[in-house]
Design a protein around this ligand. Structure first.
Ligand SMILES: Cc1cc2nc3c(=O)[nH]c(=O)nc-3n(C[C@H](O)[C@H](O)[C@H](O)COP(=O)(O)OP(=O)(O)OC[C@H]3O[C@@H](n4cnc5c(N)ncnc54)[C@H](O)[C@@H]3O)c2cc1C
Length: 378
């Protein structure tokens, strides 16, 4: 089992404090007022969350993936949207540190890691989600760079992102092999933000869309060329699937804690809910599945940290954990009666978030296909 380093354990302690002092107090308000959590970025940067996996040479903390998955779990206990938003912005910093030309990395990385600007990754379009290779956003080679035209939707952080890694097709009908990744500055001519995709309970993740009309990208803003971009995203997505699974564990863990505390205090028929055998079995069931999900997450994280192929392990972790979250958060809400629906508790937000978790970074059905392919090869 990967042992976390002392500096990683200290980051987890800081993350817990941050989640309790900064996130818990505002999560319900972001949902009610349909606001993103972008204002949190500088505070997240202060404790190191925006440079977590960025190399030390680029000013980051170079922490393990296992540590990142634990950070994701801790943040999602309080608010899934915040966990997604901060990690998505961080991911762009990590990608720029690894792939960007020096001038581009130097232009954006310090501001990204300090939380002065935010970022997102845009693949999905209104006509292409699961079938990513079918994206229609076009990149046309022009003197000095590329011209981008197209529109993206359902993008985490897009309502206020300053910087976007946009995936676009460079050759008509080339499919995956023609897709490249570009660094897009939202202040540039030809960038138009569209209205958001408001989902109240996960408003904190600032999901929205934008269009590009004759947007000019300089040659050095090509982040990943055709042939490389698709491979890079398939590699990165194993990590995304694993940390989304970890987030589901965080939400179920919190739902279990809340329902258990409620059951020890609420009385029916002269005894606490917890004293009713049928009632407490629901909690026991949830705790078994939670433990199993955590083991799957740990297994996938270890493979990722070891540089070993984690496609199957991350797919299994995500399918199991998202299903587990949808099932048990709903059951634990029910176990609290009407009170489970109260905004004083995070369960309504967590239940909606579990649905989102089943779609982002590969829907359950796409992952089942991935797992079935491995069975065929065995
Ligand atoms: C809150 C939120 C945030 C998001 N953030 C981002 C982001 O930051 N960046 C980004 O690029 N995208 C993002 N997405 C988009 C997400 O990746 C897509 O929703 C996902 O890829 C599924 O695509 P789709 O919604 O177009 O569904 P579709 O691809 O239209 O699929 C619809 C349903 O059919 C199922 N299905 C599709 N094909 C098959 C098949 N062959 N066999 C069986 N079932 C199938 C799918 O599993 C799904 O249940 C976000 C989505 C949400 C909801």
């Amino acid at each position: 089992m990967t042992e976390l380093r002392d500096d990683e354990l200290r980051l987890l302690t800081r993350t817990r404090e941050f989640a309790q002092t900064q996130v818990a107090a505002q999560a319900e308000r972001w949902a009610r007022e349909q606001r993103s959590c972008a204002a949190l970025l500088p505070l997240a940067a202060e404790i190191g969350l925006l440079g977590l996996q960025v190399s030390r040479a680029r000013g980051g903390l170079a922490m393990s993936f296992a540590c990142k998955a634990k950070v994701a779990e801790i943040l999602a206990e309080v608010d899934f949207g915040v966990a997604m938003s901060l990690i998505n912005s961080h991911n762009v910093a990590e990608q720029l540190a690894r792939l960007a030309r020096p001038a581009v990395a130097e232009r954006y990385l310090p501001d990204l890691m300090a939380g002065r600007i935010s970022a997102c990754t845009a693949l999905t379009e209104s006509t292409a989600g699961s079938d990513f290779a079918a994206i229609q956003t076009r990149a046309l080679s022009v003197p000095g760079g590329w011209q981008l035209d197209g529109a993206k939707t359902w993008i985490t952080n897009a309502v206020d992102a300053d910087l976007i890694v946009v995936y676009a097709q460079t050759r008509a009908d080339a499919g995956a092999a023609g897709i490249a990744a570009f660094v897009v500055n939202t202040q540039g001519a030809g960038f138009h933000r569209s209205s958001g995709n408001p989902i109240g309970p996960v408003a904190s993740m600032g999901t929205g869309g934008f269009s590009l009309q004759g947007y000019f990208c300089r040659e050095d803003e090509l982040l990943s060329p055709p042939g490389e971009a698709f491979k890079d995203i398939l590699h990165a997505i194993n990590g995304a699937r694993t940390y989304v699974a970890a987030m589901c564990c965080g939400m179920v863990g919190e739902a279990l804690r809340v329902a258990s505390a409620f059951g020890h205090q609420r009385q029916t028929f002269g005894m606490t809910l917890h004293a009713h055998q049928g009632w407490r079995w629901q909690l026991a069931d949830a705790s078994i599945d939670l433990e199993a999900a955590r083991l799957l997450v740990r297994q996938a994280a270890e493979l990722i940290d070891g540089g070993v192929d984690a496609q199957g392990a991350s797919a299994r972790a995500k399918v199991f954990s998202t299903r587990m979250a949808c099932k048990h958060i709903a059951a634990l809400m029910h176990a609290m009666g009407a009170e489970g629906l109260s905004e004083h508790y995070p369960l309504v937000r967590h239940l909606a978030a579990a649905q989102v978790a089943g779609l982002v970074d590969g829907s359950t059905e796409m992952l089942l296909e991935r797992i079935a392919r491995e069975l065929k090869a065995a």
